[in-house]
Write a protein that binds this ligand. Structure first.
Ligand code: FES
Length: 499
């Protein structure tokens, strides 16, 4: 059979010619040629978001398109996520050594490998200075938005683990080049790289099969700290440089959460508090003076725009704030393209407050956020979107209630709820309370604390005291498996309604 040509026209005018075989899946052809296309369901054909325009054929979902003849295709505009790297005053700061720091400078890089985003922190270790921070989109997004889609993708073919690992390492090396040139340093001067991330991200990074994370009894190949050399992974740093991944607690409460908890400075003001990181999973911990209770709920991708009819990530054009019809804001004030998690929560809060949606989630009529008169298309919230949010918020509240009852602690005993991560930073807490995503009893006690996983990664790079602190956090952790917990189904059902 004669090979076929896929001519890819990028938005910046670049034209690439890819060769494939008749019948090849178009999304796979693009992935194998390192062309990033938003594909949140990982090619399962369920999200409808991996569209490209093919000359003479119009818009097609690439994962459902077998290439049967040579084609000319046009990619959508590349999207740049809003990513959080700023740190918070309630977190520790890097140590400033008292001793003479005039010796040979030492440099290190901390990386937070998130499922959606990557954050990088370049540090001058001997002085405790954070020289630069940068961020980018995790390129593995082209294989699926959440960890389960990526594990399923890997499971279909043994070579795919290597492909996914390599695309991450390529992006890490690209960002290392950028921060080094920004700080006028050479990549060879980096002696240490410390990495936080959830267990799936760390398994893929190290080239270890993550499949056990997705299957009961959910036993990852490793949870403790792993040490590798630059040669093992091909990371651009000193040839004898050391790479360390931070330790985690369970398959779904990983190094990102442990580093995050450890990064919060203990104060008299906060002795008993909740820590909540909402993404495609809701990972949470209840911290008491003696013990830490943790769990993770499968909240689903609704708050990252997945499974929502007009949902999208936090890209320019996403409606990120909504007050009432006609009063909304989009990221970078761009023309509305869809709605991201924070905007979705505002919309549903508006509908709940105005009895547009019934307490049981029944929707009388869609909420139209924006109508495009040229294309005659709407951005709207429909019944199925409400159901997705109900499932997600019920899972999170069930987790919170089970942590509290396990510890024998009432909501009123809590000093604070720390919301970690980008999503926690951008949501309106009044809206979150209005829809029952977080308890109303915590009004005035909710604090967005930034990217604590990244903070933990760079603190660990520079301070052995912080690494000891992380070990102590792990020793105090008790993990509660919700999927087999006797109260989970009841709590889940009880929290489904809007009050
Ligand atoms: S429909 Fe193609 S990636 Fe989801």
């Amino acid at each position: 059979m004669n090979p076929l040509i896929v001519r890819v026209n990028e938005q910046n005018g670049t034209l690439k010619e890819l060769i494939c075989q008749p019948g090849d899946n178009l999304l796979r052809v693009l992935q194998q040629n390192k062309i990033t296309l938003y594909a949140p369901c990982g090619g399962n054909g369920t999200c409808g978001k991996c569209t490209v325009r093919i000359h003479g054929e119009g818009l097609v979902t690439s994962c459902n398109y077998p290439v049967t003849h040579s084609i000319d295709l046009f990619l959508p505009k590349p999207q740049q996520l809003s990513i959080l790297t700023a740190q918070h005053r309630f977190c520790y700061e890097p140590d400033t050594p008292d001793s003479d720091s005039s010796g040979t400078p030492e440099y290190g890089l901390a990386i937070d490998v998130g499922t959606t985003t990557l954050a990088f922190y370049f540090m001058e270790l001997h002085r405790g200075n954070l020289l630069a921070s940068t961020s980018s989109v995790n390129p593995q997004g082209r294989y699926g938005a959440d960890v389960i889609s990526r594990i399923q993708f890997i499971n279909r073919d043994a070579d795919r683990l290597k492909e996914m690992q390599q695309c991450l390492i390529d992006e890490i090396n690209h960002q290392i080049d950028l921060v080094c040139s920004q700080c006028q340093r050479d990549t060879n001067e980096i002696s240490k790289v410390h990495i936080a991330g959830n267990p799936t991200m760390l398994h893929i990074l190290l080239g270890i099969d993550p499949m056990p994370i997705a299957l009961a009894p959910f036993t990852p190949a490793f949870l403790d700290e792993q040490v590798r050399t630059s040669a093992d992974l091909g990371i651009a740093m000193h040839p004898r440089g050391q790479i360390r991944t931070l330790p985690g607690c369970s398959a779904y409460v990983g190094a990102d959460i442990i580093a995050g908890i450890a990064s919060i400075k203990p104060t008299k003001q906060f002795s008993t508090y909740l820590f909540l990181d909402i993404g495609t999973n809701g990972e949470m911990a209840l911290i008491t003076p003696t013990q830490i209770y943790t769990c993770a709920t499968a909240a689903g991708p609704a708050f990252e725009g997945g499974n929502i009819s007009c949902g999208m990530g936090a890209f320019p054009g996403a409606i990120s704030e909504f007050k009432s019809p006609g009063r909304y804001k989009t990221i970078e004030n761009a023309q509305p393209l869809g709605v991201c998690g924070s905007g979705l929560i505002d919309c549903i809060a508006y509908m709940v407050r105005n009895q547009w949606v019934q307490p049981d989630g029944y929707l009388d009529k869609d909420l139209i956020l924006y109508s495009d008169s040229e294309t005659h298309t709407d951005i709207r919230i429909v019944q199925q979107d409400i159901r997705e949010v109900q499932l997600a918020k019920a899972a999170i509240m069930a987790g919170i209630n089970i942590l509290l009852s396990t510890a024998g602690i009432a909501l009123t005993d809590l000093d604070a709820l720390f919301l970690a991560g980008g999503f926690g930073n951008f949501i309106d807490t009044d809206s979150a309370m209005a829809i029952g995503l977080v308890p109303k009893a915590l009004r005035g006690k909710i604090i967005s604390i930034g990217n604590t996983s990244g903070t933990g990664a760079y603190l660990s790079l520079q301070s052995e005291a912080f690494n000891l602190n992380m070990k102590q956090v792990l020793e105090r952790c008790e993990y509660i498996e919700l999927s087999t917990h006797e109260d989970f189904i009841m709590e889940y059902a009880l929290n489904m309604n809007f009050e």
